[in-house]
Design a protein around this ligand. Structure first.
Ligand SMILES: [Zn+2]
Length: 252
């Protein structure tokens, strides 16, 4: 077996065929369905079986991601007892911001370092190394007083269709691979699974401004992420673009 360098710990090891999006996400999206919808940038959404893998990580790092982030990240939205429903949003009773944040970040990071064509629009450049360090250290702090979430903001939305053209079960069966939107200074990445749209915002101008700002995200701000706003598919241009195709399919 060939020894290569693990992309997370940088140690020499036999690399595993690593999932970019955790396999448990695929399993849950596919529950009861043999295939799932996959949206990718610049291509028509397709209804197919995909589980992109690439040799990226050693066995220890695979385990590390699974135990520290994925077990939490893939389960916390699924426990009905943990969910409080409101008209405009839902709330999670138990919520671990750091695990939640680093779980989603680890997916974005894997998509960024991946050489697979599915993720070619996800390029974080110099940020790859910062993300790597934070994921490996299980810590949001970086560069003294800076916290990763001062410049990569993650927001989660629950996608709904008020017009009921798409059933909620169908929305939950949609899997959207990480895609990129926006210009170079203010970049948005989206990832969607199980009815939740995750938005990553990386604003490079904002990083410059941080040098002069003393205000930082507080733990109260962070804890507010436990409340997830419902977003109708007609509310966001991004969702409209991607869902129009699906609505056409459902109608026909
Ligand atoms: Zn490793």
């Amino acid at each position: 077996m060939k020894m290569e360098i693990c992309r997370l710990c940088n140690k020499e090891a036999i690399l595993q065929r690593s999932h970019i999006v955790p396999s448990s996400v695929f399993k849950s999206v596919k529950a009861g369905e043999s295939q799932l919808y996959v949206f990718e940038e610049h291509t028509k959404p397709v209804y197919r079986n995909v589980d992109p893998k690439e040799k990226l990580l050693c066995r220890d790092c695979e385990q590390f991601l699974s135990v520290n982030y994925e077990q939490y990240g893939t389960a916390f939205t699924k426990n009905p007892k943990n969910v409080v429903k409101y008209k405009e949003h839902i709330g999670f009773k138990k919520f671990d911001y750091k695990k939640w944040y680093l779980y989603h970040l680890s997916i974005l990071w894997r998509a960024s370092i991946s050489s697979l064509k599915e993720f070619s629009s996800i390029e974080l450049g110099d940020f790859d190394q910062i993300l790597r360090q934070c994921i490996l250290a299980n810590c949001l702090h970086w560069g003294g007083s800076l916290s990763l979430d001062d410049f990569i903001n993650i927001t989660m939305f629950r996608v709904i269709d008020k017009s009921s053209r798409i059933e909620d079960n169908a929305i939950k069966n949609i899997m959207l691979n990480p895609v990129r939107k926006g210009d170079n200074d203010d970049v948005l990445f989206f990832f969607m699974t199980n009815g939740f749209l995750v938005q990553f915002r990386l604003n490079k101008n904002h990083i410059e401004q941080l040098r002069y700002k003393t205000e930082r995200r507080t733990d109260l701000d962070r804890n507010m992420q436990r409340f997830v706003r419902k977003v109708d598919i007609t509310e966001s241009a991004f969702l409209v673009d991607n869902f129009n195709w699906l609505i056409e399919q459902v109608k026909s």
